[in-house]
Design a protein around this ligand. Sequence first.
Ligand code: SF4
Ligand code: MG
Length: 325
Amino acid sequence: TSTILELRGISRSYAIRQGLLGRKVRFRAVDDVSLNVEEGRTLALVGESGSGKSTTGRVALGLEPPDDGTVRFRGAALPEIDSPAWRRIRTQMQMIFQDPLAALDRRLTILEQVREPLDIHDIGPTGEREAVALEMLNAVGLGTGHATNLPGQLSGGQRQRAVLARALVMRPALLVCDEPVSALDVSIQAQVVNLLMDIQDRMGLSLLFISHDLKVVRQISQRIAVMYLGRIVELGETQAVLSNPLHPYTKALVSAVPVPGRPTHARIVLEGEPPNPAARPSGCAFHPRCPLARSECASDIPQLTVRRDGGAVACHVVASGKVCA
Ligand code: SF4
Ligand code: MG
């Protein structure tokens, strides 16, 4: 397989005000992240809120510039944001978000909104655009019956299908999905995930799939990258990482997902404060909550170390061989 999207050493920080009139402080949302998305395959980016997943997704699409590092799409560095070359590439990279209503215009019909990107980017003959948009509505299982509806007349699942049709009408090569099913009922989630996988097959799409839900990730992805406070802590084949997690944080995440036949007391409950990107602990940022932490963990940032199976883990204790890889 070849790589469609490559991130190398990406960092991105934001300035926030602490307190109501407080001074501005910068915090790092993403810190030295490197990853690859392979053509036609799915990489899942997993972590709690505040782990930097969404920022990584936006930087990957060139919606935000990184402070450091490079993004390559099919081997070429992303052009400067808003340049004509960037706009051309952007049509091949689309993004869908958690809240479909926010992505849709309440005053336009579904058909108008699915057609709109073709008009904006002047793609295909004008007279054929409506047919292309209708075809895409069919492809996402919405059917043409909803074409003249407004977003407010659709259910949450139908709206997300409409958003998907709007993204796919551009015939993108890469789709970044940021928690695309998290706001939907569990029964609808499975339908939308199956639809995404089906469309991926038919269109040869590559996916960067951002989610905190390991059940969904297990179903849709071949590879997984686990983030904690802006850094990737574990990376590898989804099957290997979920069945044999090595990083203490991944172990805790995986243990929280109920598995038939595994006793619930096997769940690892994390102590300490939930991660706050504005107050990133020194060294391994996970150390205040880590059951294995030792002194060097508070001072030295562990680097990703490649395992025998091609995965990688960023942990001093795992690297020292004190837990079995
Ligand atoms: Fe825990 Fe230390 Fe490994 Fe971080 S580096 S996960 S604190 S053992
Ligand atoms: Mg997010």
